[in-house]
Write a protein that binds this ligand. Structure first.
Ligand code: SF4
Ligand code: SF4
Length: 311
């Protein structure tokens, strides 16, 4: 059994990843490559080096200390050769301005359990708990099973936030062990799903149906991405699927697109197709919410940043 997982964030006092106040643990690595991904640091399973241009004072200490010569200083600041960088962290340690950060750190299940237990009092008073997210947490499923078991043993409520893209032998036991599942249904169009996420839709639908069969407590979530998942037809189709297949679903979140992640793409040296895409107007989100309600989805919630027309 894998004793450690690479985790890129342990976010305390989260109120959006399940009921109550929660600690959300973001595991690195994802088999999907959604073109709008708002956590690009969660895609690669390995630790990565991030450079913050606004903090850099141009001292070149990082260049001098790198043991593999992965850094160069030029007109546009520090350039990282990601094919040679091993994310050893020597440059981050040498930087006097905290302008370099290694994203992703190995945790044992024991250490992570101790970490999340620090906020037990908040979980108890708010009806919250721990959410295991990513990336795709089930890409490190052995760790996840161990961690869920430790959290449950400590009396914590556990939510599993997953794309649903996992083999039945991996998905079903993890869903069964958790108290609830947060599942993304992005588009009901198989061709669009393959094009936008890089993986087929059917395994995701199988996971969703299996949650329905066990009447697991579920929240379904759809990111509303302009030109990709934001049609009335798509939201209606997701809502119908929920109504027909997932009786344990007690909330459907529609999540308006946000480009707040654009700077993370730059710091990781990655392209972001939606860099200039504006937020979705609240009026449009309310139309989609009405579509979902008409199609039978329960408790439809707009969750995230939108714009409103000036009054
Ligand atoms: S993390 Fe290590 S290998 Fe990568 S650039 Fe920094 S010093 Fe070089
Ligand atoms: S050590 Fe830090 S501040 Fe100095 S050049 Fe490198 S990134 Fe910039």
């Amino acid at each position: 059994m894998s004793r450690e997982a690479v985790i890129f964030n342990v976010q305390r006092f989260s109120t959006e990843d399940g009921p109550g106040i929660r600690t959300t643990c973001f595991l690195k690595g994802c088999p999907l490559s959604c073109v709008w991904c708002h956590n690009p640091e969660g895609i690669s399973p390995r630790p990565q080096t991030m450079w913050y241009d606004v903090r850099c004072i141009g001292c070149r200490s990082c260049v001098d200390v790198c043991p593999v010569g992965a850094l160069t200083a030029g007109d546009k600041g520090i350039k990282i050769n990601r094919s040679t960088c091993s994310a050893c962290g020597k440059c981050a340690d040498a930087c006097p301005a905290a302008a370099i950060e290694i994203i992703g750190k190995s945790w044992t299940p024991e250490a992570l359990t101790d970490e999340v237990l620090r906020d037990s009092a908040f979980y108890e008073t708010s009806g919250g708990g721990v959410t295991i997210s990513g990336g795709e947490p089930l890409a490190q499923h052995e760790f996840v099973m161990d961690f869920i078991s430790r959290c449950k043993g400590a009396g914590l409520h556990v939510a599993l936030d997953t794309s649903g893209y996992a083999a039945p032998a991996v998905f079903d036991p993890a869903a069964d062990a958790a108290d609830m599942v947060l599942l993304d249904l992005k588009t009901m169009n198989p061709a669009a799903h393959l094009e936008l996420t890089g993986v087929p839709l059917e395994p995701v639908l199988r996971s969703a149906r299996s949650l329905g069969e066990t009447r697991k407590r579920v929240w379904i979530r759809t990111p509303v991405i302009p030109g990709a998942t934001d049609s009335d037809e798509n939201i209606t189709a997701v809502a119908r699927f929920i109504a027909d297949n997932i009786p344990g679903c007690d909330r459907y979140d529609i999540l308006p697109f946000s480009n707040i992640c654009a700077s993370k793409y730059e710091r990781l040296g990655m392209e972001f197709r939606f860099k200039e895409t504006p937020l979705v107007p609240m009026e449009r989100m309310e139309e989609l919410k009405a579509d979902a309600e008409r199609a039978g989805a329960p408790n439809v919630v707009i969750q995230g940043l939108t714009t409103r027309k000036p009054q």
